[in-house]
Design a protein around this ligand. Structure first.
Ligand SMILES: [Fe+2]
Ligand SMILES: [Fe+2]
Length: 375
């Protein structure tokens, strides 16, 4: 393929161009950042691979009208050129930033960059392996967007003297295999929860501009509209096969909802200074994000989680405390540390099971799937 040279991933029209752009290929690396991005724990972003042939066999004709409209919107490319610094990019005082905030914020940027890039790699691979034009077109467009997102976060990190070596990650990071249906559930959710997370922060900072301690938050609105569209695509893909949301698959959907929600809550609690600087209470934030994501997911999932159930919040708290205990055990080391870690893991397992067994709320999936971002 003929890859044109663009100097910035924001201006790329294909994922190949985006990945070849200067801001993604400049050989800056900091071992610390790449090491952080390489971590594989339950809480860190992973790289995925799947059965690409099965994915390629999808027939979208049952959702053709909605599909074509969505693809046309993505091809029209409303965000071309958007994801780069402009006059709205305020100078960031990295040296003056409170050290704890700085550390947590950098951790946030690195893990966001890894997550964006993980989407990019999966979508690009799907595009490369596929032969079904509907599917390859969609995945090319989504990979393009994720390359821009990752490139933009890398720009922000570079200002702090940090860059994640994305080429190295592609080669060296472990890939987790998921069957296509699990990719749909997990990726649909991560796109929609990504939308809900970004828009909640964006709206909050519109009300409280003094809490916007970094300019990247100004880009969150258009950013989350990309994620919203990606989520729409997965909703349509799931609509092509009713079996994906019936029978035993309802349990899988519940499992993924519970896993994604609880992971987010635990991970966010690991960044108290970051949330304090934003003026956001992590419990409030999690509840807002879950509420929005649940409402949106009614477009395709036959159930939602009961986040007002009396067992919900206490067990999220338990899960979080267990996670702290595991981290302390690891830090402590030795036999005592190991025991502490095992105890923490058991507590986490129980808390998760308790969350998972909360009765879910059935949902009548509407005939019309498509939604517009409304928050
Ligand atoms: Fe993204
Ligand atoms: Fe996305």
């Amino acid at each position: 393929m003929n890859v044109q040279n663009v100097s910035h991933s924001a201006d790329a029209t294909t994922v190949e161009e985006g990945l070849a752009a200067q801001n993604l290929t400049t050989p800056v690396d900091s071992e610390m950042a790449t090491a952080v991005a390489m971590r594989n724990t339950l809480l860190t972003p992973r790289f995925y691979t799947t059965d690409f042939d099965e994915l390629d066999a999808i027939d979208v004709s049952s959702v053709r009208a909605d599909w074509d409209e969505l693809i046309a919107e993505m091809k029209a490319d409303p965000n071309k050129g958007h994801f780069k610094k402009n006059e709205d990019w305020d100078t960031v005082d990295w040296d003056g930033m409170e050290p704890k905030l700085k550390a947590e914020f950098i951790d946030f940027l690195i893990s966001s960059c890894t997550a964006e890039f993980s989407g990019c790699v999966l979508y690009k691979e799907m595009k490369r392996r596929g032969a079904n034009e509907d599917i390859t077109t969609l995945f090319q467009l989504m990979a393009r967007d994720e390359a821009r997102h990752a490139g933009f976060i890398n720009d922000a990190l570079r200002e702090a003297g940090i860059a994640v070596n994305l080429g190295f990650l592609t080669q060296a990071k472990k890939y987790t295999y998921f069957r296509p249906k699990f990719i749909y559930y997990a990726t649909y959710l991560s796109e929609k929860i990504g939308y809900a997370r970004y828009i909640t922060i964006f709206r909050h900072l519109e009300q409280n501009p003094d809490k916007r301690f970094h300019p990247i938050f100004k880009w969150f609105e258009e950013w989350c509209n990309d994620e919203f569209r990606h989520g729409e695509a997965f909703a349509l893909l799931m609509k092509t096969d009713p079996k994906l949301t019936q029978g035993v698959n309802k349990l899988w959907i519940k499992f993924f909802l519970t896993a994604v929600y609880s992971t987010m809550s635990v991970r966010d609690h690991q960044r108290p200074a970051f949330h304090e600087a934003l003026g956001v209470d992590p419990d409030w934030y999690a509840y807002e994000v879950f509420k929005k994501t649940s409402e949106i997911s009614e477009q395709v999932f036959p159930l939602t989680l009961d986040i007002d159930h009396p067992r919900w919040q206490p067990n999220l708290n338990r899960l979080q405390a267990a996670n702290v205990q595991i981290a302390e055990g690891k830090e402590q080391g030795g036999l005592g540390g190991k025991l502490k870690e095992i105890g923490g893991s058991m507590k986490a397992g129980w808390a998760f099971l308790s969350l998972l067994t909360i009765p879910s709320k059935p949902n009548e999936v509407p005939v019309e799937t498509r939604l517009e971002p409304a928050y």
